[in-house]
Design a binder for this molecule. Structure first.
Ligand code: 5GP
Length: 181
């Protein structure tokens, strides 16, 4: 894992290798089992970025569960945090369900914070977050994912579902932006 890669105008270097991601995902699956094995939880995968993480996480969850997929569109609005979210594709009733939102990365946290408020209004029995990456220095709202893989610096990363302008989602590891050659 020493190769610098180029995507469009940017360069990225290896940051979290595939084996470390796999280990973190397995650990998360085991932790989720302790809490959810008798609850038939509903995972909500936030597309596009979380599709790889969700596919691996669901297979690390050795208990009955379901999955739904949503897309979020955020735009600047007049709310206090300046962002509004619209949810597309949520076709499963959440009332009295145990819901776990699966997200690739929490940066400012603004998108998720609005999404969680909208989900809360649908009256789930419980609502928690499973996130692969968090950037604590970038957080602008009080979001603490109950389940997370790695805390990372406030830098742009790609791979394992995360893209740079469409590229890099297929990389099996996480890469971080670099100026090196
Ligand atoms: P937030 O509302 O937390 O600022 O933004 C979250 C979304 O921004 C993520 O779901 C992801 O799509 C995108 N994002 C934030 N940081 C990164 C990053 O380092 N790399 C990539 N590829 N996307 C990011």
């Amino acid at each position: 894992m020493s190769k610098v890669i180029q995507a469009h105008d940017l360069k990225f270097k290896p940051f979290i290798e595939a084996a470390a991601i796999a280990e973190a995902v397995q650990k998360m699956g085991s932790a989720l089992k302790v809490e959810y094995q008798d609850k038939n939880p509903l995972f909500i995968c936030v597309l596009n970025g979380a599709f790889v993480f969700a596919a691996d996480l669901l297979r690390a969850c050795d208990f009955p569960c379901e999955v739904a997929f949503v897309r979020l569109a955020s735009y600047q609005g007049s709310s206090s945090t300046g962002k509004v979210t619209t949810i597309f594709g949520l076709d499963v009733p959440l009332k009295n369900r145990h819901v776990i939102v699966v997200e690739d990365i929490v940066d400012s946290g603004l998108t998720l914070s609005h999404f969680l408020k909208e989900l809360t209004a649908l009256q789930p029995a419980s609502l928690k977050l499973a996130v692969l990456l968090i950037k604590p220095e970038a957080l602008q709202v009080d979001i603490r994912p109950e389940y997370f893989g790695f805390e990372i610096p406030n830098e742009f990363v790609v791979g394992y579902g995360l893209d740079y302008d469409g590229l890099c989602r297929n990389l099996p590891a996480i890469y971080i932006k670099t100026d090196e050659n």
